[in-house]
Write a new protein. Structure first.
Length: 293
């Protein structure tokens, strides 16, 4: 992952991140009674990180301008993402001993507790969808009356993006595929990385009061952001990734990868402008991504 913090010197993003992390800390107790398992969940959740996915939920909602509370939806996205990181680090997966310069969860608490923590956070992520719907149902019209429809769309997005067609299938292909082509790399990126960004954009749209007829448009827009994000990550990891890996930089070369990044950023920007969503926060986020290259 990026060697420099994405939120460095970000005047617009830091307040959003602070607001989310304050809410996250307050919600640790809601995960369950104190135990080693809850301690493990807290360790994984509070282990730093850019918080880019919950920030996207907040930025989408803010750009919509309806001033709806999306913090429960932010927690859902972060719980799903953290669960995926716990599993990725396990010895039977990527076998990483460290996460963000600290011992990976299974190194500190053992593999059994780590696996159970991932289950707990996935369950909590779905619970937060329900609680987000409850928050929305209490809003004034026209938002409150459509809470049930939003719930169905949100559950569909979460289950599809987390399953075989999404993050789980992407991890499987990353581990076991012997095909090292650009097309295979794009498929793994979509399933393993982009789908979690898709959930963030869709949740921000749904719980922020976006037009339900345009959910597919925001999904499509999320694809280009997620692809650009992963290209930056791949270029940042070129020296540590094997030459025969699915790293985009190794597959097409650094300069072509940069050109692909710029293409994805331009497409994302155009689609966000069409949706009237290219807010100062998103512009700053894109500038930060450009600055990492």
């Amino acid at each position: 992952m990026f060697k420099q913090p994405l939120q460095s010197n970000s005047a617009l993003l830091k307040p959003l991140k602070t607001s989310f992390e304050t809410y996250l800390k307050r919600n640790i107790l809601r995960l369950g009674d104190q135990s080693t398992l809850r301690d493990a969940c807290e360790y994984a959740l509070m282990n730093g990180g850019k918080r880019i996915r919950p920030l996207i939920v907040m930025m989408v909602s803010k750009a919509l301008g309806h001033h709806l509370d999306v913090l429960e939806a932010c927690l859902s996205v972060e719980y799903f993402h953290t669960a995926s990181l716990i599993v990725d680090d396990l010895p039977c997966m990527d076998n990483d001993d460290y996460r963000r310069s600290r011992p990976a969860l299974h190194k500190k608490y053992g593999e059994a507790v780590a696996l159970l923590a991932s289950y707990a956070l996935i369950s909590a992520g779905y619970e937060k969808i329900f609680q987000s719907v409850q928050v929305l149902s209490k809003q004034k019209e026209p938002f409150g009356h459509r809470a049930n429809e939003v719930c169905v769309i949100a559950l569909d997005a979460a289950t599809r993006c987390a399953g075989i067609s999404g993050a789980t299938g992407g991890q499987y292909k990353d581990l076991f595929s012997n095909v090292k082509t650009l097309e295979e790399a794009y498929d793994v990126i979509y399933k393993k990385t982009i789908t979690l960004f898709e959930i963030a954009f869709v949740f921000g749209w749904l719980f922020g009061g976006g037009d339900l007829e345009k959910v597919e448009e925001i999904r499509d827009t999320a694809y280009h952001f997620g692809m650009a994000f992963q290209i930056v990550d791949d270029l940042d990891d070129m020296n540590q990734d094997k030459k025969d890996s699915l790293n985009i930089g190794h597959l097409i070369g650094k300069e072509k990868a940069k050109a692909k990044f710029n293409e994805e950023i331009d497409t994302f920007s155009l689609k966000m402008k069409k949706l009237e969503m290219l807010s100062p926060e998103f512009i700053q986020t894109l500038d930060l991504l450009r600055g990492i290259l």
